[in-house]
Ligand binder design. Structure first.
Ligand code: GLN
Length: 486
């Protein structure tokens, strides 16, 4: 087995026992990138020389017997939505094609402090709007299990990089499912933390009241390590929470006997493929036989989550994207005979179709006369959902639901049907509206050898609970992954 096929925690142990070096670990991923990147297209920018230099530094520290973090020197990729000082940050948009931030996001700064080896910035749907990474202005990322299929989105580059072994782990962001859905489509683990658990400082904003960064890893243990590393209060993000960060690794290996897992009564599974449903119920049976109690709960408004999200998110996007005016940064139109022409020309040339669609929808929903009918109504629904989840978590420790209605679909299959594309988020979006944490872990594989995710949600700041249950399921399933297409 090559080094790139092992999770970080295994490799960390092996290097501390002197069996392997950090340099060898990084070289293994670099070789994998060289062998596969022209077919998978996970990256927008590569920083391989830097990564290798960093690995050598960490090996020196190990030789000196200095204390190092498990993530030190480990080859990790981050989504191109995180600002990285001196390294291009495009957010998948032509608008930011030549943008090089003068500052570092808190997430990447924390990882830098721990000494990680950044491999590069990964492809994504433009401004994180999408579910397939096909909205990237630059390239289409392929699913490593089947190159004709999408890796999901918007953190599709991060997902494909981890699933293919180009990176040992990656960071993504999840506004409506963009960590969990691509994780599900590529057979990896993805966790969206509680809103405010991880600082948003330095993230290119999409829908600020939902955006949250999360780890994407080969297994649950690595997710616990990475989540702990990036969590915590940050005085540069007023919405980050001033609460201690638990040792998430302590939740691994804990029995789940007596834990209550809720399944949502009336959850509409009709959009689900048969195979996805079967895997979901099989996974629930495993948890039950491991001692969890499965009980029905009610979230009556869950069916309205998609509608509410696709009003609120475009409203916030239309306002956030107002900053791209051709003046401050990014693309600038040559049409500068009037200020209006500069704005219009820059935005027309810089934004892709889906981004323009969202700006139009959001601006419309916020305009006088429609504000109450759309935006306020959507917010009322959001409040209802929040209180329904709050009530449910008084009686259960976690809620289980499928991560997505289907396995990864084909490239091009949904590009002409935005509504169909939006419906992909049917099971992930309510966690963002409620601000609660959610995880997707591999639940099984379809007959066509495509991964299917299993999702768990927990109450506010209860990431530990879903890590505990997910670890339990992961260990029991002990899935043998089918071979990759490449
Ligand atoms: N697919 C959803 C959207 O397009 C979610 C994207 C995300 O989580 N960034 O808005």
């Amino acid at each position: 087995m090559s080094l790139y096929q092992s999770p970080i925690h295994h490799l960390h142990q092996r290097r501390m026992q002197g069996e392997i070096t950090t340099q060898e670990i990084v070289e293994s991923c670099i070789q994998r990138i060289e062998d596969t990147e022209d077919q998978i297209n996970s990256f927008l920018t590569l920083t391989l020389d830097q990564a290798l230099e960093q690995a050598k530094k960490i090996d020196q520290k190990i030789l000196n017997k200095d204390d190092i973090h498990p993530l030190a020197g480990m080859p990790i990729a981050i989504k191109d939505v995180f600002s990285t000082k001196g390294i291009a940050t495009t957010c998948g948009s032509k608008y930011l094609k030549d943008y090089v931030p003068p500052f570092e996001s808190t997430v990447s700064e924390k990882l830098n402090t721990l000494g990680y080896s950044l491999l590069g910035k990964t492809n994504m749907d433009e401004f994180a709007m999408g579910s397939s990474t096909e909205n990237s202005a630059f390239k289409v990322t392929k699913n490593p299990y089947n190159l004709d299929h999408v890796p999901g989105g918007s953190s599709g580059g991060s997902a494909a990089a981890v699933a293919s072994g180009q990176a040992l782990a990656a960071m993504g962001t999840d506004t409506g499912g963009s960590v969990r859905q691509p994780a599900a489509f590529t057979g990896i683990v993805g966790l969206k933390p509680t809103y405010g658990r991880v600082s948003r400082w330095g993230l290119v904003a999409y829908a600020s009241s939902f955006d949250q960064a999360g780890p994407m890893t080969q297994d649950v243990t690595d997710t616990a390590i990475l989540l702990e590393a990036v969590s915590g209060f940050d005085n540069r993000d007023a919405t980050s929470l001033q609460v201690d960060v638990p040792n998430y690794s302590e939740y691994l290996n804990q029995p789940i006997t007596g834990l209550k897992i809720g399944i949502i009564k009336d959850l509409d599974l009709s959009a689900c493929d048969e195979e996805v449903k079967t895997i979901y119920f099989q996974n629930l049976d495993v948890l039950k036989s491991n001692g969890a109690e499965i009980t029905e709960i009610e979230i009556p408004n869950i069916k309205d989550a998609i509608a509410a999200y696709y009003i609120i998110a475009p409203c916030e996007a239309s306002s956030n994207l107002g900053r791209y005016d051709g003046v401050r940064y990014g693309l600038r139109s040559k049409e500068i005979d009037s200020l209006k022409a500069l704005y219009e020309g820059s935005r027309e040339a810089g934004f892709g179709k889906e981004v323009k669609l969202r700006i139009l929808l959001g601006t419309f929903a916020l305009s006088a006369g429609y504000y109450d009918a759309y935006y306020i109504k959507a917010q009322k629904l959001q409040n209802l959902l929040r209180s329904q989840f709050h009530k449910a978590f008084k009686t259960v420790d976690a809620i289980a639901l499928p991560a997505t209605p289907t396995a990864a679909f084909k490239i091009g299959e949904m590009t002409n049907d935005p509504l169909q594309m939006y419906l992909n988020d049917v099971f992930t979006i309510s966690a963002n509206l409620a601000g609660i944490p959610g995880i997707s872990i591999p639940g099984g594989f379809t007959r066509d050898q495509l991964p299917v995710g299993f999702q768990l949600l927990a109450g506010h700041l209860n990431e530990g609970k879903i890590i505990q249950i997910a670890y339990n399921l992961e260990s029991s399933l002990n899935l043998i992954k089918p071979s990759l297409a490449i």
